[in-house]
Write a protein that binds this ligand. Structure first.
Ligand SMILES: Nc1nc2c(ncn2[C@@H]2O[C@H](COP(=O)(O)OP(=O)(O)OP(=O)(O)O)[C@@H](O)[C@H]2O)c(=O)[nH]1
Length: 237
């Protein structure tokens, strides 16, 4: 058990080529919705969701990075402090699968070894013969990179929760090991381990500033079509 009055907040970056379904996955998980429209992500955005993992309150902050190379320079800064990662490719886009290695390297270079999963999204389109991905190939890559592998359909809401639950769980295990090894670390508000002291704030209030350390991370995101509130029904930090 982690120390009382501490809340674990985990910054998760969701990366992969453009149009593989990163924004959709985050929206599905945080807001429970799916839209067919494609709005290219420009820059960075995040949504959050709280969940309970082994009786531990965990706040996941899901960072949506643009898959398009032209935004590389903007997104680079947002890897900083990431504590877990989802590498996404699409069933209908072979190139997005081939790009996984370089996305993985990029994350490693920016943040080192963090809990990571490999996700093949859009499995509802498996029968689309043009884009069919070889099962073994994807599993082989997961093995090679030593990553847990999930097949998801954000559209059908298949396996999305499992991806984030696994990451939260994996992160907590690591955090506990780290805490056991260096007990003093848990008393800090260090972004590195994602533990925030929440004693002075009202946890039950949606508008509380219990994540005030995070405010400075709020991204500036625009979309190519009609702008929309990226936080929607999720609580603002
Ligand atoms: N059929 C199907 N379509 C999906 C699925 N997930 C996402 N899509 C669609 O794929 C398109 C791209 O999804 P986005 O979530 O915008 O992709 P992205 O990876 O965030 O793209 P960038 O912002 O360019 O990085 C949209 O039209 C989505 O509706 C899925 O599981 N199945």
């Amino acid at each position: 058990m982690l120390e009382e009055d501490m809340e674990v907040a985990i910054k998760v970056v969701v990366v992969g080529n453009g149009a593989v379904g990163k924004s959709s996955m985050i929206q599905r998980y945080c807001k429970g919705i799916f839209t067919k429209d494609y709005k290219k992500t420009i820059g960075v955005d995040f949504l959050e969701r709280q969940l309970l993992v082994n009786d531990e309150d965990v706040r996941l902050m899901l960072w949506d990075t643009a898959g398009q190379e032209e935004f590389d320079a903007i997104t680079k800064a947002y890897y900083r402090g990431a504590q877990a990662c989802v590498l996404v490719f699409s069933t209908t886009d072979r190139e997005s699968f081939e790009a996984i290695g370089s996305w993985w390297e990029k994350v490693e270079i920016e943040v080192g070894d963090i809990p990571t999963v490999l996700v093949q999204n859009k499995i509802d389109l498996l029968d689309d013969t043009h884009g069919r991905m070889d099962h073994e190939e994807a599993e082989g890559l997961a093995k090679k990179l030593k990553l847990r592998f999930y097949r998801t359909s954000v559209k059908e809401d298949l396996n999305v929760n499992e991806v984030f639950k696994y990451l939260a769980d994996k992160y907590l295990q690591r955090l506990k090991r780290q805490t056991a090894e260096e007990p003093e670390v848990v008393h800090t508000t260090s972004n590195k381990i994602g533990v925030f002291n929440t004693t002075s704030s009202n946890l039950s209030s949606q508008n509380s500033s219990n994540g005030r350390e995070v405010i400075s991370l709020r991204p500036n995101k625009q979309r190519t079509k009609k702008s929309k509130n990226p936080f929607g029904s999720c609580s603002l930090l």
